[in-house]
Design a protein around this ligand. Sequence first.
Ligand SMILES: Cc1cc2nc3c(=O)[nH]c(=O)nc-3n(C[C@H](O)[C@H](O)[C@H](O)COP(=O)(O)OP(=O)(O)OC[C@H]3O[C@@H](n4cnc5c(N)ncnc54)[C@H](O)[C@@H]3O)c2cc1C
Length: 325
Amino acid sequence: MREVDVAIVGGGIAGIVAATKLIESGRDVLVLDKSKSVGGRLATRRINGGRADHGAQFFTVRTDQFQQLVDQWEQNGWVSKWYGENHARYKSMNGMNQLVKHIASEVPVHLSYKLDRIERDGDFYTLVSDEGNVVKARTVLLTPPAPQSLELLQSSDIQLSEYAIQSLSRIVFQPALVGLITLNEEVATTLPNSGHQDADLPDGIERMVDSYSKGISKERVISIYATSELSKSLYKEEDEVILGELLSRVSSFINSEHTASSQLKRWRYAQAEEVHSAPTLWVSERESIVVAGDAFLRNDDQSGRTRIESAVLSGLAAAKELNDR
Ligand SMILES: Cc1cc2nc3c(=O)[nH]c(=O)nc-3n(C[C@H](O)[C@H](O)[C@H](O)COP(=O)(O)OP(=O)(O)OC[C@H]3O[C@@H](n4cnc5c(N)ncnc54)[C@H](O)[C@@H]3O)c2cc1C
């Protein structure tokens, strides 16, 4: 059984950034993630000889604190400006997932570990996975999408304050459906040179991205993002039905005769429409358990939007609070 100072649940960008800061301060940290790779919603899929981002496509920078990190990532050659003259959109080289893998290179991570519940055990917490694997930690940082963190806390043997329950219950996420389409080799699209289009799109389509023009894929893979309204209304349909609907809506961009393959990504929790207005949330005064992630916005954040920057700032705030405690 592994025993650590801080267990971080979630190897998305919030959890990984928090881990790097805690390790810098000499803390013994272990990140637990249910997936086969770190990254969370910074997700990249390989398809045949190509690859495509199918979660976040880019990030923007509104704060000096995040800009300092991004400058470092740019110097390391991990990210570059993609498009947007006045308000840069940054992409990660070789796909968004790769950025988190770079940041996590020195972080101990236990993958394929789905946390089922937390039990109190004297000065320690026992974290039990769905397969019965156990990790012990003095402190826990939870970074799954907030509704999943609430679910985990409610099935755990710990004291949750009324304030924490109410705050977490108020955070509401929208789903997202993303179609990934490969085309017959010789076919071009009418997307802009950057490969990104988020205006003048058919009803129900939020954005389209060509990963070849984006510069992250040797082969053309098109990511088609449904709006949250369309995603909600189609979410329970079969993959084929959803893909058929997406392709018929974008027929002015992609002739279905040129489609070589299609697959679907479903995000149950994509972006939040209701957020928490503080960068972290302690579950109660008695417990050393803190919740963070993209839905925990600094109270000076005017945007109200869950995004990569809000996830990073929340992860940094959680690490600082854990260090100060
Ligand atoms: C379709 C889509 C498009 C987006 N577009 C953009 C964009 O263009 N720009 C932008 O800035 N942001 C965008 N976002 C939002 C952005 O991706 C997120 O805000 C950010 O990645 C969240 O990071 P996080 O670390 O808070 O959470 P996550 O990335 O969700 O990380 C949470 C991690 O927790 C793990 N986990 C969950 N439950 C458990 C459990 N029980 N046990 C163990 N591990 C668990 C998950 O596997 C995951 O790795 C988009 C998101 C989606 C889905």
